[in-house]
Design a protein around this ligand. Structure first.
Ligand code: ATP
Ligand code: MG
Length: 265
């Protein structure tokens, strides 16, 4: 189980981005983390995988524990070794490396040789497209193929918890479907998943639990089913939340607006 408790994160010593965030990812579950641009989703992922440092960020309060161990200030490589892998936002592959070489970089913390081989075979089975392109430079592949590769690379470490940061971003509907299927498949095999998404309906359609973040805090949480059926969530995420000027309102604004409407009537 991953437990994020009352987490505060500051960038450059001044910009407070997470303001007391609490999120749990129980073993074997898919947990969706939703929220609009700038809510702090990527910052949350960086906090868990120890990558804040690289971005001038620091945990200023709260804690992150994983399987009962405090990992709040652990190094990125020890966190990967403990079983947490991340697919970063924007499918970061090494463009000048081949598919095989990219996958090898994902296995560098994995000292279990037989395990690496087995994971490699599994990645090829999950993503037949990668099999056809094993010797091709990643930089020449389509966006969808690069996303598959980014997921494949994260799997090479044999994670128990996989964090995906907006895996469906910029993908055509068919590929979004494929990413969704892969997530479900991995989860069926027992992997825990923290799924960060803007595509709320896709994420909630497979999530056991979901959290909606705004301004560095959770503003709503519940089972995937409950959030899927919630009118405020629907209103905000199905695009029915534009005011006269066409401005995108925040999730909280939608709720306040509805409340005001209730009072006014
Ligand atoms: N390295 C950084 N230095 C300073 N501020 C940062 C840094 N990275 C992110 N921020 C700020 O932190 C806030 C949260 O950013 P974050 O990337 O975590 O949001 P997000 O929910 O992932 O958004 P998106 O949906 O656009 O990816 C934003 O206001 C952003 O400008
Ligand atoms: Mg982000």
């Amino acid at each position: 189980m991953l437990e994020i408790a009352n987490l505060e994160v500051v960038y450059n010593e001044v910009i407070l981005v997470l303001r007391g965030l609490s999120i749990d990812v129980p073993d074997g579950q898919i947990v969706a983390l939703l929220g609009s641009n700038g809510a702090g989703k990527t910052t949350t992922a960086r906090s868990v995988t120890g990558l804040l440092d690289n971005h001038g960020g620091k945990v200023s309060k709260g804690s992150i524990s994983w399987q009962g161990q405090d990992i709040t200030s652990a190094s990125p490589s020890s966190i990967v070794r403990s079983g947490i892998s991340q697919v970063m936002e924007g499918r970061r592959c090494f463009g000048e490396l081949t598919v095989d070489e990219n996958l090898a970089t994902g296995a560098f913390t994995n000292k279990n040789k037989a395990g690496v081989k087995a994971q490699y075979d599994k990645v090829m089975e999950l993503f037949p497209r990668l099999q056809e392109r094993r010797k091709q430079l990643a930089g020449y592949m389509s966006g969808g193929e690069q996303q598959m590769l980014a997921i494949g690379r994260a799997l090479m470490a044999e994670p128990k918890l996989l964090i995906l940061d907006e895996p469906s971003l910029g993908l055509a509907p068919l590929l979004v479907q494929q990413v969704r299927d892969v997530v479900v498949e991995l989860n069926k095999e027992g992997m825990s998943i923290l799924l960060i998404e803007q595509n709320a309906m896709m994420a909630l359609s497979i999530a056991d639990q979901g959290y909606i973040m705004e301004n560095g805090k959770v503003v709503m949480d519940g089972t995937g089913e409950k959030l899927r059926d919630d009118d405020d969530v629907k209103e905000f995420y199905l695009g029915l939340h534009q005011d006269e000027g066409g401005e995108r309102k925040s999730f909280r604004d939608v709720k306040h607006y509805k409340r005001r409407k209730k009072w006014a009537s």
